[in-house]
Ligand binder design. Structure first.
Ligand SMILES: Cc1cc2nc3c(=O)[nH]c(=O)nc-3n(C[C@H](O)[C@H](O)[C@H](O)COP(=O)(O)OP(=O)(O)OC[C@H]3O[C@@H](n4cnc5c(N)ncnc54)[C@H](O)[C@@H]3O)c2cc1C
Length: 382
């Protein structure tokens, strides 16, 4: 058993941290208040190869292994969870789905522009009446010769404002289907942007599909493979979100520990007080436990095969750790933790999302339980 990162992974880790500190940290608060992700920041990330992080070199990706990808998400989320979630959606949900399920023509058409940031991806599964129960979606696809016609409404589509390509799920005659729908397709409208508690630099939009007609060649995968595509994407996203949760929690600990060593009350830095030490120690223990579970899960994913149990487990744990740690670190910082002029308030708001986005904690627990009871020949349904 070897817990050490390779020399190359350590080099990447340093490079990701440099980028996040230099490019994201100085503008993270401003991005949050302005509720936007500056296009030039995405361009700079693309120049570093981050937008095609796990794509192969043939399509101009950076061909990162899974552990390095996790290191990237962790580093970005240390400064902005919004930025990490926007990239995870683009890479884990959309680009990797095209790589895994796309035809040669689809890969050649979409992956190079996605790797260089010319096209941003968005994933449209959830609907007003199909959240956790995504299989109950009402969006329909009807085939008309060599064309498909989509009708329905999607909600909370991450990257809605910036996306050039939407991976849209719809119910067809042969089951759930997935389609690659470019933004300029007639009948597709990007609508209302939801105001949110956290993750304010990312847009979450309603998507309307009204007689949206596109060539059948834009279907992703085999007929009826939409559910499998969504599940596989969900596993990848769970790991990316867990990595983002680790970055958020680790940086919150870092910020609060620094504060505690500088803030003087009763004549000494508050770090000298055992109550504060307890908060800091508990946070450090949870962060390191998450790191170990996450890196192991990333390693498993790199080996291939089914890692859905591990992906769900680490997503549940990361959401809990991020929430616990940010909550305690607000307490360590007292009033300064609550003020929007200091970074902890944003981190606390952002952390809450990790238990919902990418499938809520309750549903990931069902998936974990399913594996446990499968060994006892008991089928578990949500
Ligand atoms: C900010 C944000 C961004 C998002 N981005 C995207 C995106 O880009 N693309 C996309 O397709 N979707 C996206 N989503 C949707 C997200 O994946 C769903 O919100 C999520 O799957 C849950 O659906 P819901 O919110 O409708 O909750 P509901 O399904 O209504 O659930 C409400 C509560 O009931 C619980 N619950 C439901 N069923 C069960 C059950 N069987 N057992 C136990 N508990 C249950 C849930 O866990 C939850 O706590 C986003 C959501 C948010 C909030």
């Amino acid at each position: 058993m070897d817990f050490a990162l390779s020399d190359e992974q350590r080099m990447f880790q340093q490079m990701f941290a440099d980028f996040a500190t230099r490019e994201i940290a100085p503008r993270a608060e401003e991005m949050d208040h302005a509720e936007e992700l500056p296009p030039e920041l995405l361009r700079k990330a693309a120049e570093q190869g981050f937008l095609g992080a796990t794509l192969p070199e043939e399509v101009f990706g950076a061909a990162l292994d899974y552990v390095s990808y996790v290191l990237l998400m962790e580093a970005l989320a240390r400064q902005s969870l919004s930025f990490a979630v926007a990239l995870a959606t683009h890479i884990s949900l959309v680009a990797m789905s095209i790589l895994e399920h796309g035809s040669q023509a689809q890969r050649e058409e979409w992956l190079p522009p996605m790797a260089d940031g010319e096209v941003i991806g968005a994933f449209a599964l959830t609907e007003p009446d199909a959240g956790s129960d995504a299989a109950a979606l009402q969006t329909r696809v009807r085939l008309d010769g060599q064309e498909a016609i989509l009708n329905g409404v999607k909600t909370w589509v991450t990257n809605g404002e910036s996306a050039g390509l939407f991976l849209v799920f719809a119910q067809g005659a042969e089951g759930m289907e997935a389609f690659l729908v470019p933004r300029d397709t007639p009948g597709l409208t990007v609508g209302y942007r939801e105001p949110t508690l956290g993750l304010r630099s990312v847009s979450f939009n309603t998507l309307y599909l009204e007689g949206c007609r596109l060539p059948l060649a834009q279907r992703l995968g085999e007929p009826g493979s939409g559910w499998t595509i969504a599940q596989r994407a969900g596993d990848r996203m769970a790991i990316a979100l867990a990595a983002a949760g680790l970055g958020l929690a680790a940086e919150s600990l870092n910020v609060a520990a620094q504060f505690a060593s500088e803030r003087v009350q009763f004549g000494v830095p508050i770090a000298q007080k055992q109550a504060i030490q307890n908060y800091i120690a508990e946070a450090a223990i949870e962060v390191e436990a998450l790191r170990a579970l996450l890196y192991r899960t990333a390693w498993l994913a790199e080996q291939g095969g089914d890692y859905s149990f591990d992906a769900s487990a680490v997503k549940v744990f990361a959401a809990r750790v991020a929430r616990n740690v940010t909550n305690r670190m607000v307490q360590v910082m007292g009033g300064y933790g609550y003020m929007e002029d200091y970074p902890m308030a944003r981190k606390y708001r952002d952390a809450r999302m990790l238990g919902i986005i990418g499938g809520p904690t309750e549903l990931h627990r069902v998936r974990v339980a399913r594996h446990i009871f499968a060994e006892r020949d008991l089928a578990i349904v949500p």
